[in-house]
Design a protein around this ligand. Structure first.
Ligand SMILES: C[S@@+](CC[C@H](N)C(=O)[O-])C[C@H]1O[C@@H](n2cnc3c(N)ncnc32)[C@H](O)[C@@H]1O
Length: 238
């Protein structure tokens, strides 16, 4: 079994609880707001690496319809419970089980770093989008701050830490330029890259609250301190 899949199957219940409490919701809402702002509302969305269906739920709240795909059956089970009216399937981002030109929008939140073949995922994303369809990918960016994350995760795995996302998964983090060029090489146009997230979920309560307050200023004035990169683009019209 794929190591990432096994990990997310094991932590699926914890993940779902974490994002259901107030802080988890506000953290995820912030990222979802960012992604939502670059996608069309009211269309048909594919969420790749959908996890427990948080963004599928959000897209539906905004008047759209959505389908989720994830490598972990455990996460997908939660997604189905959260959004029973939506379709969910177990699968990998590099081989999307959908016809060409099916979706108006494609999103991937906090999952792109795990994908071993990002070019294949983007080629598949391009294929399943309709002409004019939009893509948005939000993932951990590569900065001086995040460069020690793999070491921390490696140590976490060595001591047997059971924490969401902690393990040696050969994750890849991208700079703004790298992710923009991946989208461009896949054929997307109108590419925009921004940075989001300063208040990390793992901060203690008062520090998290403070970080949330300054987050908009950081994102606007000091974006290199924000740790997620959000890249958006469009499949050209015919
Ligand atoms: C940190 S969770 C994010 C889940 C969800 N997008 C969210 O925002 O809550 C990462 C998810 O990516 C999924 N994932 C990792 N690699 C994948 C792949 N190659 N194809 C599809 N899903 C994948 C994992 O199973 C996990 O559910």
């Amino acid at each position: 079994m794929n190591k990432v899949q096994q990990h997310y199957d094991e932590v699926a219940d914890i993940y779902d609880d974490r994002y259901d409490d107030h802080r988890g919701r506000s953290y995820h809402r912030h990222i979802s707001d960012h992604v939502m702002s670059v996608l069309p509302k009211g269309g048909l969305l594919l969420d790749v690496g959908c996890g427990t269906g948080l963004f599928v739920e959000r897209y539906i709240e905004e008047g759209g319809r959505a389908v989720g795909l994830d490598i972990s059956p455990g996460m997908v089970r939660h997604g189905r419970r959260r959004c029973p009216e939506s379709g969910f399937c177990v699968g990998t981002a590099e081989v999307l089980p959908f016809h060409d030109r099916t979706f108006d929008a494609l999103a991937s939140l906090l999952a792109f770093s795990y994908v071993p073949d990002p070019e294949a995922m983007l080629a598949e994303s391009y294929r399943v989008l309709k002409p004019g369809g939009r893509i948005a990918i939000c993932t951990l960016s590569r900065t001086v701050f995040t460069s020690i994350v793999p070491l921390i995760y490696h140590l976490g795995e060595m001591v047997g830490l059971k924490e969401v996302g902690v393990g040696d998964f050969d994750e890849r983090y991208y700079t703004n330029e790298e992710i923009a060029s991946l989208l461009e090489d896949a054929g997307f146009v109108d590419i925009e890259v921004s940075r989001c997230s300063f208040a990390h979920l793992k901060l203690t309560d008062p520090v998290f609250a403070l970080a949330r307050r300054v987050e908009p200023i950081i994102e606007e004035k000091l974006p290199y301190l924000a740790y997620n990169v959000c890249a958006a683009g469009k499949k050209p019209e015919d």
